[in-house]
Design a protein around this ligand. Structure first.
Ligand SMILES: Cc1cc2nc3c(=O)[nH]c(=O)nc-3n(C[C@H](O)[C@H](O)[C@H](O)COP(=O)(O)OP(=O)(O)OC[C@H]3O[C@@H](n4cnc5c(N)ncnc54)[C@H](O)[C@@H]3O)c2cc1C
Length: 397
């Protein structure tokens, strides 16, 4: 028996023996495990599953053991992922630390920073948020003005960050600040890490159309950050920021895989909510056509992602594909949400009332909130600009 065959057998046996039955069911967004000091587990099984996976190092399977991972090879990690998918096991932990900061720290962090932060991310002890955008600096991120003054052993921060997702729930923030005003705007940006409890930070949640409050405005007023919390070189934070965005866009392109699994597929909705003819075909030809188009595009995206993943594993990863996948993945996701809403008809307008099922209400919320996916991490228009310039080599207009 080869090592990988044995690894697969042992992995399957372990998952079957240890993953609680309730952790193999589809989950709602509110059941996602984000970790952190303020986090409350949605159930005892979620906590048990999380603890068991943390002990195995399987929350971050490919990270080295000293960083809280399991040190799996890419082939072993692939087997683990596939088996978890096959058995329907939930992700034991999700969030900015695992998806974005961790991979960026592995590339740019000092050994001390890796040892300090990666194990806490893998063990879900610290929840992270992202302090990139500012009022007037979203798409044009490099124009950011949040100021960091050099005060010898520390920086003194003043300014405002906007759209900070879950800033009120996070323990630490990775943040872009301006340490220098001279030269190109990309120069003089520094990548900093700091505790959200540091004096001078005020976080204000922003209420949204969905009724939730996912974003925050984050105000920095004379916030002191020690200099050893700079990641990468001072004034070279733009490189770290861009590397992290590649991980963010890769995660967002494959958002469905990275988030709790939906209860029903789009064709389940069509079968349950629309009438069919005597051969079981959907009677509405327009919806039938849109459904077929969606399924073809969805399959094509998945296959292309798999090809890019395999190429990446073979050491041939092209950073530009993250932008392409971010664009097509999030556009197709919102296209799918609109299709489901149209299939549901009036039931797709469910809003906190006894007249709609829980799932119908969830779908209405998702249809509204998932539109944001084509904006977060860089809007679709900006991705198209990047693709035209970097991937296709077209001239700028
Ligand atoms: C769900 C969600 C979560 C987010 N979470 C975070 C977070 O945690 N931390 C954080 O720092 N930020 C976060 N953001 C902010 C996000 O990065 C910005 O919204 C995004 O970069 C766009 O910036 P903006 O909102 O300022 O829009 P603007 O830059 O003002 O753009 C407005 C419109 O103009 C278009 N546009 C702008 N420039 C161009 C151009 N050159 N060519 C063509 N069209 C253009 C855009 O596509 C958009 O349609 C989040 C956003 C969303 C929606």
């Amino acid at each position: 028996m080869t090592d990988l065959t044995q690894f697969k057998r042992e992995t399957t046996e372990w998952l079957e023996a240890n993953c609680p039955a309730s952790m193999r069911k589809t989950q709602t967004r509110s059941e996602g495990v984000f970790g952190g000091k303020k986090f409350t587990f949605p159930s005892d099984d979620a906590k048990l599953w999380f603890d068991l996976m943390v002990d195995k190092g399987w929350t971050a399977p490919q990270w080295a053991k000293e960083y809280g991972g399991a040190g799996l090879s890419s082939d072993e990690a692939k087997i683990l992922n596939k088996e978890m998918d096959r058995l329907g096991c939930r992700k034991p932990l999700i969030g900015h630390g695992l998806w974005m900061l961790g991979p960026a720290l592995l590339e740019y962090g000092t050994e001390q920073q890796k040892l300090e932060h990666l194990p806490k991310i893998a063990r879900g002890e610290i929840r992270w948020c992202q302090g990139y955008s500012e009022p007037g600096s979203g798409s044009d991120l490099a124009s950011l003005r949040c100021k960091a003054e050099d005060k010898g052993d520390h920086y003194l921060l003043n300014g405002q960050k906007s759209w900070t997702s879950d800033g009120d729930k996070a323990d630490w923030i990775f943040c872009l600040v301006r340490t220098n005003d001279e030269g190109r705007k990309q120069e003089g940006i520094t990548f900093l890490l700091f505790d959200m409890e540091t004096p001078g930070i005020t976080v204000r949640p922003v209420p949204l159309i969905t009724g939730e409050s996912h974003f925050c405005d984050t105000f920095l007023d004379n916030v002191e950050v020690p200099k050893d919390q700079v990641v990468g070189d001072v004034g070279k934070g733009w490189s770290v920021a861009k590397a992290l965005l590649v991980h963010e866009r890769t995660m967002m392109a494959d958002i469905e895989k990275n988030m709790p699994k939906p209860k029903f597929s789009v064709d389940d909705y069509a079968k349950n909510y629309l009438s069919t003819d005597e051969n079981g075909r959907l009677q509405d030809g327009l919806i039938r056509d849109r459904l077929a188009q969606h399924m073809i595009r969805d399959e094509a995206i998945k296959l292309t992602q798999r090809r890019a993943f395999e190429e990446g594993m073979a050491g041939d990863f092209d950073m530009r594909v993250a932008t392409i996948f971010k664009y097509i993945g999030t556009e197709e996701k919102t296209n799918k949400d609109t299709l489901i809403t149209d299939i549901l008809g009036m039931a797709g307008a469910g809003w906190d009332t006894d007249n709609f099922s829980e799932d119908e209400q969830t779908k209405t919320h998702e249809w509204m909130s998932n539109k944001a996916l084509t904006i977060a991490g860089g809007s679709s228009e900006v991705q198209l600009n990047v693709i035209s310039k970097r991937a296709l080599g077209l001239p700028e207009i």
